[in-house]
Write a protein that binds this ligand. Structure first.
Ligand code: G3P
Ligand code: CA
Length: 252
């Protein structure tokens, strides 16, 4: 059967909200998730890393410095400390008091209010740390609505060993010589390259599709590039401007 993630010719691009609607709300928060969802995004993308006490939190950087009022590496801060931080005021006064969500909180919000998650395991993780993420996905009864992606091939390997039912995507900044071989090696459902790498060698799209592998391309915020990727046959687009891409899909 063809991959459900491969977009049929002529169908709209799959809209993946990069860290939520991160152009208009603080990234990787439930506010950003809610705006993306209510404006019609198909998927929310996030970044997941553990606290000092091993609780998976939703944060992009390895430190809290840029996106909260705190300082320090997330892996050196306890979940209690992380929960005290303000993750909204850096973005604007309308978001004062917004907290860093845990993965469990984010999944519970998606389960009860709708939406799917492209869950990025950010940075090197041990197998036990990947296991904790999977335990939470299962506890929240969200295995059918979660797709795991990572730049870290070990994280994908661990995920496949622990939960082969969860689809996997490999993030790449540059293309592999043979992306199809890499897709087979890591049991990939999607191969997710940076847009510049892909448009330099678009023939890989057909090769991957023939092998049943979808492409979700990052991070693409301009209509001219959305048009280029749609014409090339890409499946999903990871964008900071998901409300605009939803509108663009409807008009194109
Ligand atoms: O989803 C792809 C993209 O998020 C990867 O880069 O640094 O934004 O996590 P980054
Ligand atoms: Ca990411």
């Amino acid at each position: 059967a063809p991959s459900p993630y491969i977009r049929p010719v002529g169908a709209p691009l799959t809209v993946i909200a990069h860290r939520g609607a991160s152009a208009v709300a603080p990234e990787n928060t439930l506010v950003a998730q809610d705006i993306a969802r209510s404006n019609g995004a198909d998927w929310i993308e996030n970044d997941v890393q553990p606290s000092k006490d091993g609780v998976p939190f939703v944060l992009h950087d390895s430190t809290v410095d840029r996106t909260t009022n705190g300082t320090g590496a997330i892996r050196n801060l306890t979940s209690t400390q992380l929960k005290q931080l303000d993750a909204g005021s850096w973005f604007g006064p309308a978001f004062v008091g917004v907290r860093i969500p845990t993965l469990a909180e984010q999944l519970a919000d998606l389960r009860t209010r709708g939406g799917r998650l492209l869950l990025e395991i950010k940075g090197a993780h041990t197998k036990a740390e990947v296991g904790r993420i999977i335990d939470i996905v299962r506890a929240e009864q969200m295995t059918g609505r979660v797709f795991i992606q990572s730049f870290e091939t070990n994280a994908l390997k661990y995920s496949y060993e622990l939960a082969p039912e969860i689809p996997l995507g490999l993030l790449r900044s540059t293309l592999d010589a043979d992306p199809v071989a890499v897709a087979r090696q890591y049991h990939l459902t999607a191969y997710n390259p940076a847009v510049a790498a892909l448009t330099a060698r678009p023939a890989v799209i057909a090769s991957l599709h023939t092998a049943g592998v979808a492409l979700m391309v990052w991070t693409v915020d301009s209509a001219s590039q959305w048009q280029q990727l749609k014409t090339l046959g890409v499946d999903g687009v990871i964008t900071n401007r998901s409300p605009e891409l939803v509108d663009w899909n409807a008009a194109n």
